[in-house]
Design a protein around this ligand. Sequence first.
Ligand code: ADE
Ligand code: ZN
Length: 548
Amino acid sequence: MCKSPLHDFLHGLPKCEHHVHLEGCMSPELIFTLAERNNITLPDPATNPAYGSIAALTARYDHFSSLDDFLAFYFQGMAVLMNEADFADLAWWYFSKAHADGVHHAEVFFDPQVHIDRGIPYETVVNGFSQGCKRAESELGLSTRLILCFVRHLPVSSAADVYEKFISSGHFEAGVVHGLGWSSTEVGPPKDMFRAQYADAVQKGIPLTAHAGEEGDPTYISTALELGATRIDHGIRLIEDPELMKRVAREGTLLTVCPLSNVRLRCVPSVEHVPIRRFLEAGVKFSINSDDPAYFGGYILDNYCAVQEAHKLSVLEWRIIAENSVQQSWIEDSRKAELLEKIESHKVLDCEFNEQVGPPRMSRLLLSTWSIARPPNRHRLVRYASYSLRKAHIPPSRSGATSTTRTSALRSTGLAVVSDRRMSTSTPHSGETRKNSGAAADRYKLVFFVPTENAETCKEAIFATGAGSFPGGKYTKCCFQTIGTGQFLPNDGGNPAIGAVGVVEKCEEARIEVMCLGREVMLSAVDALVDTHPYEEVAYEVYRMENV
Ligand SMILES: Nc1ncnc2[nH]cnc12
Ligand SMILES: [Zn+2]
């Protein structure tokens, strides 16, 4: 157990795992047990002393020198799996452990080519793993997804064969195997070696991911994206290409980051060097995962804890990571809604912790990362409420607060005004919204969306009202800006500045966030925004902030 005061919170936080190789869950104990049960001869300890005992093998895992050094052990370890039951038991073992770590949804990789190569039929592998998935769904309430991985150390023809088996089995349509990935040796084989298979899979609507940017430079990531991957496994070297990083943030591509793996495989010297903060600040979505937990010294909760100890994230940052993990999972919307609800009801107050997060860090997070998840407004409001509660320093003795206590505490935060004039003309920019915004408070956050070409005009008009200035005037014209895609459908009676009635319009917009000190400044800033904004209906939101 880690020493972080957030340990219990992290344990209970509903998690999704997107990057675990089922064959990477084979502990040394299991390798030795199955080798004996299935009459498999392990390497001779005379030539490879690591196989002298369980302890020797475990100790060897502390000294991987590279991805390929690890892969040799990983492929050897999986060679003791022979029967459907072996595969089913292995999957069940992983899901039980993941469940105990607070995982509610797991997307798991498997490497059929490697098993086929040693004479195990494709069906044996899939049937076994899929039995484990079904059992986890019925006995543990997990949702699961099996992802078939092509491996880069075998010839493309081997991937083509397994792809053919996968397609002809109907496993995708039947929901047995849900997507494809690629893994194994990164640097060396052609970056685009699965071009043909990925092109065909794109046509068929099969979700695609790819291991890239683990040891390899960012061009491995851009190649995977070019071939149709909508998710990147690892991806930590993305930070070496700022333009690509912007694209990944803009497109909402999920990185499935595996911190303990990165350290064990010497991709980074320590978890502090996994670019968690860089990703948060750039608005890059990521989930935290275990990769090959039996080889890398920890399952998913160990990875969450290692990140916490190294990066000291706030509760809000963790909630956002958890929400992004749900949003980017390959599951139906109804399951996403269930999982988001679970995250929402995992209340900070239910955990005894005492970690303080200062306002500058909070603002940075809200400004850079909040917009990624974009849950429905209701989620958004509750999230701010949790934060306000925390900032109210409610002592641990109130951790068992009744729901009434909580509700009134929430109410006392006098939360946000949310108005979206582009979407709903029933919340006009005038008296009503303003009057209803509660008792006076002196800091507000104005968030608005504007076509990028009009952003500077709106900003200047807003700054002229005093918004974006800190007390004393040492800092003025402060704001934060992210670029995204706005969308709207002008209907009859609409007079759109861009686009035409009856046609869905998508355009590049900036989301701009400005702090307003004082209610009058906020109201003037809203007036200035509406006056200078090109749209007939302006999308903006105003949040009252806690003064801390
Ligand atoms: N970390 C990793 N990178 C690439 N391929 C893998 N297969 C299993 N673990 C892997
Ligand atoms: Zn992996």
